[in-house]
Design a protein around this ligand. Structure first.
Ligand code: ATP
Ligand code: MG
Length: 335
């Protein structure tokens, strides 16, 4: 009887590596999706360049940061130098141009925080959001992609966390929960904080890439292929990392005082950022510093109701990872 109890109490989390990796594999987009995306971008580029010959198109978000699961929408940024026209006007004009081609459900959302045109391409079946001159998003997309190249465990962990967040409906910024971008930063930060570290802090190393966008200086080390197998001294497996991630956010994070910062690869204090009290709509109940727009807290969408929802979901997930006989199913049960 003693023996049996021990087996139950000290179960080996590593038996779940295979099923977690199978979930990860099943979420990776197949190669032909990339081809279709490129086909749509080429079409958009042609249409945009008829009106604005010097405009350039960039992919950003999950279709370009390597954290995109199969069948995601794509995010496109049009870089236009039109000093005399405001973004809303450009968006309206762009919507007109795209409408007259063969694209469907074209909508101009001019009043959103980031104004966009939404559309669906009936040929490829891909939906797409187009924004104007949002070049910081293009740069933070590159930072995320470069981190993903350093250690395969980041992409595995982030896919699983994003899949969990979507299944549990805590990936809805309009309902006060966190964006995919925020979850990926949480994963990067978690791996930076492991000992030995699984990821370095690229913004704390020699600058090999540097651009200034909207007066924000973005500088980091991007020669990641030179880092060799950076995380090799840390042998933690995907199942251990998933369990550790949820345990951290359920029971260890200091919600009252701490800000997680990928920029510094450390935890910094709310006090030093002056994020200790509510200012306008920003409540700072869970603080995730944007790596470039450092005054920007990605947790600012979280309110006093949704913080409860989020923390209960972290606790649920942590408990499942600790005790459930079948965590790979239970974790992702639809809310
Ligand atoms: P999904 O697979 O859910 O579409 P995604 O990676 O495209 O995930 P989103 O949260 O839709 O993530 O954001 C798209 C991109 O927009 C991000 O990768 C990031 O570059 C940028 N972004 C999103 N939210 C913010 C924000 N609050 N501040 C700065 N950039 C942001
Ligand atoms: Mg997206």
């Amino acid at each position: 009887r003693m023996y049996k109890r021990q087996v139950i109490c000290r179960r080996d989390i590593n038996v779940f590596n295979v099923p977690f990796l199978a979930i990860y594999e099943s979420l990776i987009p197949p190669e032909e999706e990339k081809l279709k995306q490129n086909q749509l971008v080429a079409l958009l580029e042609k249409l945009v360049n008829k009106e604005w010959p010097a405009a350039k198109l960039y992919l950003y978000g999950s279709c370009a940061n390597s954290f995109g699961v199969s069948k995601s929408d794509i995010d496109v940024c049009v870089a236009i130098e039109e000093a005399d026209m405001d973004k809303a006007k450009i968006i309206m004009k762009l919507a007109d141009i795209l409408q007259s081609d063969n694209l469907q459900n074209v909508q101009a959302l001019t009043r959103a925080r980031v104004p966009i045109v939404k559309l669906m391409d009936p040929v490829t079946g891909i939906s797409c959001d187009i924004c104007i001159n949002n070049l910081l998003a293009v740069v933070n997309t590159k930072l995320l992609r470069d981190y993903a190249l350093i250690d395969p465990r980041l992409r595995q962990l982030a896919f699983i966390i994003k899949h969990w967040a979507k299944s549990r409906r805590v990936n809805e910024t309009y309902h006060g929960t966190l964006s995919s971008y925020a979850y990926v930063l949480m994963c990067i930060h978690y791996l930076q904080m492991r000992r030995p570290a699984i990821l370095p802090c690229l913004q704390d190393m020699d600058t090999t890439y540097c651009v200034t966008v909207d007066d924000v200086n973005c500088a980091f080390f991007d020669k990641v292929e030179k880092l060799g197998d950076f995380g090799r001294h840390n042998k933690e497996t995907i199942a251990q990392l998933v369990r550790g991630f949820f345990h951290y956010w359920a029971y260890c994070h200091d919600y009252a005082n701490a800000v997680i910062s990928v920029r510094t690869g450390s935890i910094i204090s709310k006090r030093e950022k002056d994020w200790t009290r509510r200012i306008g709509l920003d409540r700072h109940l869970i603080c995730i510093e944007d790596p470039f727009e450092t005054s920007h807290d990605l947790g600012r969408v979280v309110d006093k109701y949704s913080i409860k929802v989020l923390r209960e979901e972290f606790e649920r997930a942590a408990d499942i990872m600790q005790n459930d006989p079948n965590p790979c199913n239970k974790l992702f049960e639809p809310y």
